[in-house]
Write a protein that binds this ligand. Structure first.
Ligand code: BJW
Length: 311
């Protein structure tokens, strides 16, 4: 028995629509990775120490306190590397393999879709990735390094563990990462010498290759999406998965897909997270955990999802 609720439409009509679909989009957000243990931005999980996570995702925050912003991103890199893709990441990757007209637009920077082996040509990273490092002087120096999974990025960015003697059994149980998103866990202040420096210009710091507020999304990604939208054939469906759909231009793709004929299926925990422009006839809303709902929605097309033990 599924534990999710169907608040609009029904699963049988969704399955019928999917079977007849050739061109499908997904717009994914942090809720896709929630059941992998990664926090979302807004709502309960969106506080990092005393900071609203969104307020750390700006060029101004990095300029004001690069040490704090690097501690936030160093922690997020560490957490993402510990996490595993969940059945929804695997189901979307399988849909991509089976449906050439499927494109997944993800706002997530955690690398979990890539680790679920989502075909790269069908995965558009709207907000970049935690695992690219770029020169903070983006326009001047242009240095970038892709797929850098070093953890910690510098010794000072190591996530502290409980300092207990690791040779005792008792300590083994407690010798785990401290949760530095909790303000009660002390964190040292860092100076620029503790942070990664650009090896090319040697003047500026490196920063994560993610898109902060006020920054342009990667031009190649925007072009790929425009090319997809410009194709003559209509878009059949857009799945709006685990996103509050409040951040643009990402949120605008729901309306763009509708303009090209798409019906909209929202998969979200929160019934108030309605796409911009509101509901239209023929939409679906499945309320609950994306990790459970996506495999159930895609099952007639992709079969049972195989989740490898550890990737
Ligand atoms: C579950 C679940 C479970 C939980 N299962 N569901 C038009 C109108 C108004 C403003 C603008 C506009 N166009 C541009 C702007 C400005 C701005 C913007 O959008 N502001 C808004 C806040 C109004 N946009 C920008 O600045 C963008 N840049 C830009 O437009 O540049 C123009 C330009 C052109 C040329 C030159 C220069 C500039 C950039 C936006 C970048 C956003 N960056 C961040 C940080 C990325 C790095 C990082 O990860 O740290 O992206 S902010 C943050 O929000 C992050 C996310 O990707 C993004 C979206 O959040 P998401 O994923 O939706 O998360 P939540 O937490 O909001 O929602 C989670 C959802 O999951 C909830 O609904 C839960 O209920 C649900 N859920 N558990 C299913 N188990």
């Amino acid at each position: 028995m599924p534990s999710f609720k169907t608040l609009r439409g029904d699963i049988a009509s969704f399955h019928d629509a999917l079977k007849d679909s050739k061109r499908v989009l997904a717009l994914c957000g942090a809720g896709l990775s929630a059941s992998s243990g990664l926090p979302t931005f807004r709502g309960a999980g969106g506080l990092w120490r005393t900071h609203d996570a969104v307020s750390l995702a700006t060029p101004g925050a990095f300029e004001a306190d690069p040490g704090l912003v690097w501690q936030f991103y160093g922690y997020r890199r560490h957490m993402a590397l510990q996490a595993q893709p969940n059945p929804a990441h695997h189901a979307l990757a399988e849909l991509a393999r089976r449906m050439p007209g499927f494109q997944c637009l993800t706002q997530n920077v955690d690398g979990l879709s890539q680790r679920a082996e989502h075909p790269r040509a069908q995965l558009q990273l709207l907000h970049g990735t935690l695992f690219d490092l770029i020169c903070a002087n983006k326009r001047g120096c242009r240095y970038s390094r892709v797929d850098d999974f070093t953890d910690p990025v510098t010794p000072a960015l190591a996530v502290p563990t409980s300092g207990a003697d690791p040779t005792t059994n008792e300590a083994r149980e407690v010798a785990q990462d401290l949760d530095i998103s909790d303000i009660n866990v002390p964190l040292p202040g860092l100076s620029p010498e503790d942070l990664p420096r650009c090896p090319k210009c040697k003047k500026n710091l490196l920063r994560p290759g993610v898109v902060w507020f006020g920054e342009q999304l990667p031009v190649k990604v925007l072009d790929n999406i425009e090319e997809y939208l410009d194709e003559e054939e209509k878009i059949d469906l857009i799945l709006v998965i685990g996103t509050s759909a409040k951040v643009y231009p990402a949120a605008g793709y729901v309306g763009r897909a509708r303009d090209h004929g798409a019906r909209v299926a929202v998969i979200n925990m929160d019934e108030n997270d309605v796409p911009a422009g509101g509901w239209k006839e023929g939409d679906w809303f499945f309320q609950g955990d994306a990790a459970e709902i996506i495999p159930a929605l895609l099952k007639p097309t992709i079969g049972e999802v195989a989740v490898p033990a550890r990737v």
